[in-house]
Design a protein around this ligand. Structure first.
Ligand SMILES: Cc1cc2nc3c(=O)[nH]c(=O)nc-3n(C[C@H](O)[C@H](O)[C@H](O)COP(=O)(O)OP(=O)(O)OC[C@H]3O[C@@H](n4cnc5c(N)ncnc54)[C@H](O)[C@@H]3O)c2cc1C
Length: 473
């Protein structure tokens, strides 16, 4: 039997365990080591507060990969429901379609602003910024400065907590490849090509979602892994990986000697718990990788129907909230009592900053007052709430990240060939569940004799949100 230790019981870690045991359970002894004492699912777990279930961010299940779609169906069957999607932008008291529709945007902005938008677009086309270094350059070249300011700048800066001038153009190119104002207008006016259009339309208009939230998918995966003899150890935070002599993972006060390791913990953290420590340049690269953190204020509102959207982007700079989820619009089963509504007020922040450090009661108060101020629900209708903090929600793509990842990746490949890193933070890639899972499938298959380059799984998300004015999920 080959011993495999897997760090993390999120989508990537559980997919790796599932694949190994599904294909070759006589050959592999699998231990999944998860820091969380209670939940599986990583960022895609589902919580519950007094009859209101919530999801960290709202996880749509969609993929261009038929294999991943089939795997989700295999795990949940009819419990994976198809849901209509509605999401809009709230800017200056007006709702705008999301993805952006040119006519709707121009009408909503009024004639004066519309003329300024078109003039600034014409200017950007005539005199494009060259080279495109930053996110601001990339968007301005495709939409014009004015539209950038209205529909990209405020929200993006809330999300990343930094100026759009300091965010790499790579990030925009990866997340919203193929997008431009001209393309958006063309999409709105011309019929789509049959095959491509069907996929895009489907992804935009509907998505799949587990009836009781994304955690249900990962609880099902955990159950199957355990039925097949795999062990899932909760409350086992990995705090050391010893790699000279037998490869040994230390977690929850136990030592797990292993033949190979699949790690979905943050790449930066993995490099820093290696024992012996890697060379200084690898440690320095690891310490330099940055993340954006996230917290959700979950509010129970005593009202049946607040608004029809699954989620709303809040561009208004006068409130701190960045996005709002209405979980019962994701699945009616997200609330026990249909007369109630569970709202997730999403705040992008950094560990230790003013928002992160506010106590829970103050955050619930902030959420309640901002919901009221936005005109979405009166403060008096909010019964109570809770707060969930999610550190390292987003790997940051700054100017230096690629070089840093490359230093760590090369060193690991040369010195620790028995270790494969997978998933979102595991590879410092802005992966959705599907790509995180695909890296895990390939890593598992490598242990069965294949030789895939796990790093080649790309996060090309062109199909993700064509015609999209904002770019973060
Ligand atoms: C706000 C938001 C919205 C999103 N929306 C979508 C969406 O709509 N659709 C979609 O498909 N994807 C979405 N995603 C992305 C999705 O959450 C990730 O792709 C997915 O969760 C990544 O899976 P993973 O297993 O790689 O990592 P994670 O989910 O981060 O899981 C890693 C696991 O490792 C554990 N761990 C970490 N360190 C240690 C340690 N030292 N020892 C032991 N365990 C450890 C963690 O506790 C965690 O359980 C969204 C993400 C965010 C932040």
């Amino acid at each position: 039997m080959q011993r495999v230790a897997i760090i993390g019981a999120g989508p990537a870690g559980l997919t790796a365990a599932y694949e190994l045991l599904k294909q070759a359970r006589d050959e592999f002894a699998v231990d999944v080591l998860e820091a969380d004492p209670v939940h599986v699912g990583g960022i895609a777990w589902t919580g519950e507060f007094r009859g209101c279930r919530f999801d960290i961010g709202g996880h749509r299940f969609f993929s261009k990969s038929e294999e991943i779609e089939a795997l989700w169906t295999e795990l949940l069957g009819d419990e994976l429901i198809t849901r209509p999607r509605l999401s809009r932008i709230l800017y200056d008291g007006t709702f705008f379609d999301y993805p952006l529709k040119p006519a709707n945007a121009l009408i909503g902005l009024g004639p004066r602003t519309a003329v300024r938008v078109l003039a600034s677009y014409a200017r950007a086309r005539a005199f494009p910024i060259d080279p495109e270094v930053s996110f601001a350059d990339w968007i301005t070249n495709r939409f014009g400065r004015h539209l950038f300011t209205i529909f990209f700048k405020g929200y993006t800066e809330k999300v990343w907590g930094m100026s759009c001038d300091d965010i790499s153009a790579d990030w925009a190119a990866q997340r919203i490849k193929g997008l431009s104002l001209a393309g958006t207008v063309k999409d709105a006016l011309l019929p789509r090509r049959p095959g491509d259009g069907a996929v895009i339309k489907t992804l935009i208009d509907e998505f799949r979602y587990p009836r009781r939230g994304p955690g249900q998918m990962w609880e099902a995966a955990r159950d199957r892994v355990q039925e097949w003899g795999g062990r899932v150890h909760l409350g086992h935070r990995v705090d050391a990986v010893r790699w000279q002599g037998p490869l040994t993972v230390e977690a929850g006060g136990e030592s797990f000697e292993t033949d190979c390791l699949i790690s979905s913990m943050a790449l930066a953290d993995l490099a820093q718990i290696l024992d012996p420590a890697p060379p200084p340049e690898v440690l320095e690269a690891a310490r330099g990788l940055a993340y954006r953190d996230f917290l959700t204020v979950v509010l129970r509102v005593q009202q049946r129907d607040l608004f029809p959207d699954n989620w709303i982007y809040i561009h208004d700079p006068s409130v701190r909230v960045g996005r709002l989820q209405n979980f019962k619009n994701w699945s009616p089963d997200m609330v026990v009592d249909p007369a109630m509504t569970g709202i997730g007020m999403e705040y992008f922040c950094s560990v230790g900053d003013d928002l992160w450090s506010l106590d829970d009661a103050a955050l619930v108060e902030l959420g309640r007052s901002e919901l009221d101020r936005l005109g979405l629900a009166p403060a008096a209708a909010v019964l109570d709430g809770t707060v969930v903090r999610a550190p390292k929600a987003y790997p940051v793509y700054d100017d230096a990240y690629q070089g840093r990842v490359e230093i760590i990746r090369r060193w690991l490949a040369a010195e620790l060939p028995a270790v494969q890193t997978v998933g979102r933070n595991g590879m410092h890639k802005y992966n959705n569940q599907d790509h995180s899972m695909m890296t895990a499938l390939l890593a598992a298959r490598n242990l069965m004799g294949a030789s895939y380059d796990v790093w080649a799984v790309n996060t090309d998300a062109e199909y993700h949100e064509r015609g999209t004015p904002t770019t973060v999920d």
